[in-house]
Design a protein around this ligand. Sequence first.
Ligand code: GLN
Ligand code: ZN
Length: 769
Amino acid sequence: MTAKSAAAAARATVYGYPRQGPNRELKKAIEGYWKGRVTADALQATAAELRRNNRQRLADAGVHEVPTGDFSYYDHVLDTTVMVGAIPERHRSAVEADATDGYFAMARGTQDVGPLEMTKWFDTNYHYLVPELGPDTVFTADSGKQVGELKEALAQGLTARPVLVGPVTYLLLAKPAPGVPADFEPLTLLDRLLPVYAEVLADLRAAGAEWVQLDEPGLVQDRTPAELNAAERAYRNLGALTDRPKLLVASYFDRLGDALPILAQAPVEGLALDFTDAAAANLDALAAVGGLPGKRLVAGVVNGRNIWINDLQKSLSTLGTLLGLADRVDVAASCSLLHVPLDASAEKDVDPQILRWLAFAQQKTAEVVTLAKGLAQGTDAITGELAANRAGLASRTSSPITRDPAVRSRAEAVMDADARRSQPYAERTAAQRAHLRLPLLPTTTIGSFPQTGELRTARADLRAGRIDTAGYEERIKAEIQEVISFQEKTGLDVLVHGEPERNDMVQYFAEQLTGYLATQHGWVQSYGTRYVRPPILAGDISRPEPMTVRWTSYVQSLSDRPVKGMLTGPVTMLAWSFVRDDQPLGDTARQVALALRDEVNDLEAAGTSVIQVDEPALRETLPLRAADRDAYLAWATEAFRLSTSGVRPDTQIHTHMCYAEFGDIVQAIDDLDADVISLEAARSHMQVARELAAHGYPREAGPGVYDIHSPRVPSADEAADLLRTGLKAIPAERLWVNPDCGLKTRAWPETRASLENLVAAARTVRSEL
Ligand code: GLN
Ligand code: ZN
């Protein structure tokens, strides 16, 4: 191979594209189908047209090889479950009766059967449906969807490459089916699964696939020698097949580490590797194994999960290095473009100055094409694009939005003491007890109350101009009054205002902070038909004025009982936004933390004695590799403490976490130094209480006794039993009584009944002390 011939052959590709369509047509069609308003035929027609348009858009942009099979009605891992025939027992009859309805039954459950569990796709905000496997699982090949979508692309006259979840990652993402011992390892099914992949690969080849991509992001996490052996065996086995397309094994989101030499030596024809900053180590690692002689390398140099323009010059230099390391080097985004919105140019409200810094799926595709062209034809062929890119980058670097001297000097002046309360917990707690005078086992809730139809109507009326701000605020006040009087009547000890004024716990603050940017159309898939519009941390963050003080003071005026001030913590503000790529995450977190610190202090000054700073995302942003975790947790916990340490000893700081198992972050929870933490625990029967106790967690905690993810009303007996279990781990002086999470997704009737039972349970158990 010569670098020159490798360069001349360079082409552009991507691994996947946003599925929903420019106006979220897919969401509307699917939800219409669920409601019986859209027929199965109409749904399929909409989906087929969206797929066709996506492929055509990619091809027109200059993508040489378009992906297929990345489309999904709900989730590509669920599609893989269908492809390998791993339908859970409880869904079989639904799937046999009707494939589409059965598919949605697995995704969402029905009256009679529960859905598959849903969890986050690596460290993204996309959620996949967890395969349920056991020793009795029988795999059977169903290549229909993959073959069908490939044929659609070929019929359009395009070069297409089917993209599949690889067999190793599929098994690594699976969990033991219900009834199967918890220590069952799905990876032990590999030898049973590989023949099914072999069949699918043969079908794809027969249908005309030259290349097939097998995604193995599971290999960018820490893997045991046994797991690495399995990966080696999988690709030795698939590589040895005779009736198969060429195989491209892809990884992304982090460095491959020990898996890189294994894949480099596997008998496959190509590797697709992430070369963005998060996975920069891949470059040296690839050189260290002598490159990929005789193979195709697909270089993910355009970040597929942020929304910033690429540094094209820097990418060209990376690509230049890579040219000497493989027979053919193609250019790609680092991962599927599923994780970014569709088109930045649709953002008419964004300052044009900032707009040129942004790249969504469409712009990223153009960058990939430009880089491939530059590689193949020389940089002279892309001088215009390079100049525009340089200007965009320069405008970002020099913008006062990016660098606010006041924010920077304040962040630089932060000292260790700023992130520490003025007194240790043992002393603060006495002051707080005297100040708050709460009973043992105090009752509270997490913040939000049911977001009723009336509230949504009020927001829609405000947006449409049918009511003015004053009219809107009247409706919010009425809602708050109802929430407060319900809590007083029910006998809760520490009240909340219910968060009716908040559309979303991150967006609400993002809209009020300078440096944050909102989008109009920046939807990305969270799961199924749920799309979110994460705000963009575009520049240095500051708080022009108090954000919640006015509402909180109003609320406190309604009751003699303490009402919690309610804020979203710095880590969660980052986790559910698009973050900056031009400074360490810890620096951005510190800026957000300082803005929140001012808010916390202002709340205290306005008379708020209990302030809750939610960090539900602390666990989910944990780096994929264990070696990177301590550094993350250090800045994450420091940011939390920085936001909460400016208060008096007798002001009680609460925090809240959910969506997670907490076993591996108990030390970090401790490091937050919050006075009280509420945690999701009802489904795991207070597991977290035992974990905190085992760690010697010294502060107060409220493991949830009411599972808010279900409309089911827990009885007072049941809640009391959970409390008694909690008391075995946490002494009564430090145990709180609360639900698992906020109540905004619940309806009023079950909320009312459940909270009445929760208070009754607390009273019963108090009387037993
Ligand atoms: N305070 C928020 C609420 O109650 C917390 C939400 C969350 O943890 N995701 O809605
Ligand atoms: Zn929660």
